[in-house]
Design a protein around this ligand. Structure first.
Ligand code: NCD
Length: 290
């Protein structure tokens, strides 16, 4: 049975196949094989883009979509994550899309659940479909990955987006760096000073400060963060001519990104969102289509 749990399980060949399939979905080239398939979206953590782009993707493919909202369920009566998932499994769906704040939550479900599991984010570990949409956006921009320089800036430590991207981008021969406050550094990655990164990178990928994952309060105030690491118009002016700005979103205007940079000419943030829908169509089709 097919699952999509982490991108490090996927070969570069398979990743390129999913990206090619996403491009076909973009131009409306997909078959009817997902029509009436029942898919259940189970988001145990808040989500706007990931959840609803999955839903739009599923609806475009003709699936029947069930959305499980834990905070309007028997979770409130003490039912566990595992038992909640097994409720849906007992109705024989064709796929389960799951997000949880627990790293590798899916391990307890393997060999129990009877349909593909698509990981929509687990704790600080993996976010495979986000990385796929990031890669699609980069490939559309540059037509290649090899040799591109990227700095991921901000709360690296708590970011499944950073961890997933860095692993796959290294395999794609991209030159990957991290930047931002030292309290969020991960020593296993190459660090670059933010101002140096601005003038040298092809891609500046910003991250939100993920307060909900912090055990202690961030040392910097929001204002200090913005002054030191916020992407402002002045800093955008230091970037290379053809370089781009990315952000998985949600973004906090006035913290990691200035209000007037969100939709500036270099920003691909909304393009990433649109690509998210195509990538999730491709992934759904790959998992449950023919
Ligand atoms: C990210 C996530 O959930 O990891 N959001 C997303 O899926 N687009 C990043 C974040 O929450 O900051």
């Amino acid at each position: 049975m097919k699952n999509l749990l982490k991108l490090s399980d996927c070969s570069i060949e398979y990743i390129n196949k999913l990206l090619d399939k996403s491009e076909l979905c973009k131009i409306g080239k997909y078959d009817n094989s997902c029509i009436n398939k029942i898919v259940v979206n189970c988001f145990f953590e808040p989500s706007t883009r990931t959840h609803y782009s999955f839903q739009v993707a599923q609806e475009k493919l003709g699936c029947k979509v069930i959305n499980f909202y834990p905070h309007d369920s028997s979770i409130l009566k003490g039912e566990t994550f595992y038992d909640s998932i097994m409720v849906f499994d007992s109705y024989s769906p064709d796929a389960l899309v799951i997000r949880s704040n627990e790293n590798e939550y899916y391990k307890q479900l393997l060999n129990k659940v009877h349909c593909p599991i698509i990981n929509a984010g687990d704790g600080t570990k993996d976010h495979p479909t986000q990385s796929l949409l990031d890669l699609l956006t980069i490939r559309q921009e540059y037509g290649k990955f090899d040799g591109l320089k990227i700095a991921i800036v901000g709360d690296i430590k708590h970011s499944r987006v950073a961890h997933t991207n860095i692993e796959v981008m290294k395999r794609l021969n991209m030159d990957t760096y991290i930047s931002g406050p030292s309290e969020f550094k991960d020593e296993s990655y190459k660090y670059i000073d933010f101002n140096t990164a601005l003038s040298e990178m092809d891609i500046i990928m910003l991250l939100r400060v993920q307060h909900e994952r912090h055990s202690t309060q961030m040392k910097l105030s929001k204002k200090e963060y913005h002054e030191k690491y916020g992407l402002t118009k002045e800093r955008v002016a230091l970037m290379k001519k053809h370089s781009i700005i990315m952000h998985p979103a949600p973004f906090n205007r006035g913290v990691e990104i200035a209000d007037d940079v969100v939709e500036c000419e270099k920003s691909r943030i909304f393009k990433q969102m649109t690509n998210g829908m195509y990538v999730r169509m491709a992934v759904m089709h790959e998992m449950i289509g023919e």
